[in-house]
Design a binder for this molecule. Structure first.
Ligand code: M6R
Length: 366
């Protein structure tokens, strides 16, 4: 059932082009320049008149929520807050009938996320779910929602669920942005064009596997790693670090690149690998200066850059290239090398990739 792959995780990483295509299907009608999502159309007034959107989730799904915040605020200009479900449910949050609460969960069974949904409902909010497992508890408990079509995810470390969650939120943000005219028709059409290219671009990106494997071999014995990104790629840095922690048991932290000088920079020495996302549109010059700061402290830099990059290539120890796209869509690409990297490091360290110690695929107890 692993389809010729050694582990489910690797199979699921490679399934992403198909999973994203399946998530588009019937929703992104590129030829007509339309996004069709009946769950949004039927509740359009609720979204467009919402005081704010509150996203609740745990783990990787919470990281997808952070990307969603950047997407929805940028494209649809609706205020978004992202909360850990476990904090939200216990902190006596202010929720009103004018809030839209969105729960994100691959399994649809995460105890804290489910409890947050029930709490939001009891306060009169409109509650929307983004789940992968059809008919799961969260899918049933929410008023409406959109499924990701990732297919079954067996590996404990979430991969295709994450990228399909981001796909759903990109469609949702584009649709809302178009509906409330925060996005021009030209911008909307351009996004659709670029979105359509993503599955093929991921397919191509997956060919870097051997290159990533060689980088994994260099850093597999590190005891601490730092992941840095800005803007849309800040959550990708968090997700990269989580992926490494979960399956390799190497300590890793993700940070917004500019926060480095407020503390973590003290950790940097020649033994510290630092994975930096430095794509060409996302505050590129600022990230370059962050990289220079690391370099002058002898840190090892592994940079994820856009194809054809020159500047970062000169200073980084290793570079991984991703195809060009709009900045808002880069998380769908920049995530891939980090998934592969964690996978290869875990394999080289002989870890149990699909079932890491102490972890369960769905956390149904709090
Ligand atoms: O099923 P959910 O999306 O609600 O699960 C949330 C987290 O438990 C999950 O994302 C966890 O962090 C993964 N193991 C990450 O790879």
């Amino acid at each position: 059932e692993k389809g010729g792959y050694e582990h489910f995780m690797l199979k699921e990483i490679h399934e992403q082009p198909k999973a994203i295509t399946d998530t588009f299907r019937g929703r992104m009608l590129a030829e007509e320049n339309i996004i069709k999502m009946s769950s949004i159309e039927d509740n359009l007034d609720k979204f467009l008149n919402a005081d704010r959107v509150i996203i609740v989730a745990c783990g990787t799904s919470w990281h997808a929520g952070l990307v969603a915040e950047y997407l929805i605020e940028d494209m649809a200009r609706i205020p978004v807050e992202v909360e850990y479900a476990s904090e939200f449910r216990y902190r006596n949050p202010i929720i009103t009938e004018k809030d839209v609460v969105i729960a994100i969960s691959q399994s649809g069974e995460t105890a804290d996320t489910l409890a947050a949904v029930k709490l939001a409902k009891s306060k009169g909010a409109f509650v929307y779910g983004v789940c992968n497992v059809v008919g799961s508890s969260i899918a049933r408990e929410t008023h409406s929602g959109a499924y990701t079509h990732a297919g079954p995810e067996i590996g404990v470390a979430s991969t295709k669920a994450f990228t399909t969650q981001i796909t759903v939120f990109t469609l949702l943000a584009l649709k809302l942005g178009k509906a409330n005219k925060s996005l021009s028709d030209v911008a909307f059409e351009n996004y659709i064009k670029k979105m359509q290219l993503i599955p093929k671009q991921i397919e191509k990106l997956l060919e870097i596997d051997e290159h990533v494997k060689s980088i994994a071999a260099v850093y597999k014995d590190a005891t601490n790693c730092l992941y840095l990104g800005r803007g849309f790629n800040f959550p990708v840095a968090l997700e990269g670090a989580l992926k490494l922690k979960e399956i390799s048991y190497i300590h890793a932290e993700g940070y917004p690149a500019a926060e480095m000088k407020h503390g973590p920079i003290a950790l940097i020495d020649e033994n510290m690998p630092i994975f930096v996302i430095a794509t060409n549109k996302g505050h590129y010059e600022k990230v370059v200066s962050n990289i220079q700061e690391i370099k002058s402290r002898a840190g090892k830099i592994i940079a994820v850059v856009t194809e054809g990059d020159i500047q970062v290539k000169e200073i980084a120890d290793h570079v991984i290239e991703i195809p060009d796209t709009e900045e808002a869509l880069t998380p769908l690409l920049t995530t891939i090398p980090f998934q592969l990297l964690s996978y290869h490091i875990a394999v080289l360290l002989d870890r149990n990739v699909d079932q890491p110690r102490n972890l369960a695929k769905s956390v149904t107890v709090e």
